[in-house]
Design a protein around this ligand. Sequence first.
Ligand code: ADP
Ligand code: MG
Length: 566
Amino acid sequence: NATALGQTLNALDGQKYGAYKRIKGSYQFAQYQLAVDHVQVDPYAPPSKMRIILNRKTAGIPDELLDTKDKRIAVADFLTRAFWNKIQATNKKVKDSGTNGKVLIDRCGQEILERTSVVVNVDDIEVRFEVGLPAAGRKIKGKSASYLFKTVLPEVVEQALLYRNLDQKALKEQVTLMLDQSFIRSELDQRGLVGFVANGAILPRKSGVSDKPLEKAVSFASPKNFETQIELPSGRTVIGMGIPGGITLIVGGGYHGKSTLLQALERGVYHHIAGDGRELVVTRQDAVKIRAEDGRNIEKVNISPFINHLPGGKDTMRFSTENASGSTSQAANVMEALEADTSLLLIDEDTSATNFMIRDGRMQKLIAPDKEPITPFTNKIKPLYETLDVSTILIVGGSGDYFEVADQILMMDEYQLKDVTETAKTVANTEGYRREDVSHDQFGDIPARIPLKKSFAKSGKESRLKVKGRDTILYGREPIDISGLEQLVDDSQTNGIAMMIDFLQRQIVDEKVTLEQAADKLYKYIEENGLDAISPYTGHPGNLALPRKQEFCAAINRYRGLKIKE
Ligand code: ADP
Ligand code: MG
């Protein structure tokens, strides 16, 4: 029990750091159980992994805040933040630049994600955190450690996990907001919308490196004819812009706020915390940002809807390259997003290949069609909607080529969104401005891609997955660059992807399932068994967050070792 832990730590004082391993085990404290799952070997190694297991009755959070999955995610997020906030004060007192003497837990950003830092079970609440066990040089500071477990942690539990000490109003509001957001998302489908942006939303962010809202921003207001009203489960009524399915073009001058709107929609696949400004910006859950990503690896993707007759007769039905160009990478990104079941593409001219997006009249005259391998997106965007029911929201401020095909054309004018559909259509129909080659092809096939076992079936060192920040996963010696995945928002999601690849490499036994089917199976498994279940390390998978299927598949598609069946 707790006393035993204190005695052991006192006895360890001054001994070599490695002796800390004696404290591995489980201890009963007055309010909770402490499990020491993994003890670091030295003060510079990753901190030790522990859990607090708290009876739900002790925690005292009302059952009506925990009786659905959405609610449990909202509460777990809230507790993670509360725990994080509490430990900041005590960590500040520790004078060490490393983790020595500090308590750590997953840090949540503006999004509310399904995480493993706090898990609400039927009977208990489990909090997974890390401790940099205190050291002086390479010697154990037993008294500091004892103080940390006897005084610091119980206080953190008391203040950050017990309902009676929590900001109960804020907790209830977070749960309510989560339910409202989920409701808006379900309303999108009901009303044939692909996105919703509430009037009054604050879209711009503080800076390029801060995801907090910009102060003194111009709040969002819907063009009148796109306004829809939604009665939320909380009893609130919200009015905002409902973006219909189909093709939505956003135009406007540079620096007028176009990209900011699109970025808010990209993030609208996630729930946001109160005060974020985007908490009532909701997009279809499967929306995918499509961008150019030159240099990426492509493995047997059918990019022929966009690219044909490449020099040298290179196959574009099953196109492979280790170094994609801007346009081929963007084409592959579209095809892979379709493979991963998206129903909404989000495209910004700022991050697109121009020759993928448009080809103007003069260029059409200069270069014969059979000399230009690219069918620009202008010609495919409509078949994409009509034959596959995939909508697109795109920003093109530099060309009017999308005027004909767009269902609605919105203009950002000094951060104010206006409906300019009619004017733009009139321009498009004016003699001299008409486009010639607006074909209405079929979209083309999305053939099955079956990963070969040998892509994954590795053992020993080569099978190890390591995460380097948000943007890189190391698979054996092979780095997977996922910096192009703009909708991946959290390092813990990257951890999640790495764990899922690790899980997948042990699951792929035959070569019959497509990447997409394998992913679906994996997500079903997680749905049934919890996110924890993909972690091979029992006891403490404390820093995983669930990525979307779209990002998971995208990561595998960027893996240079991926081999697809012929
Ligand atoms: P565009 O894509 O049209 O060139 P951006 O979306 O990049 O424009 O926005 C340009 C700048 O204006 C950015 O610094 C952004 O933070 C800021 N901004 C965007 N929307 C707003 C707003 N509603 N209120 C205040 N500033 C904004
Ligand atoms: Mg822009």
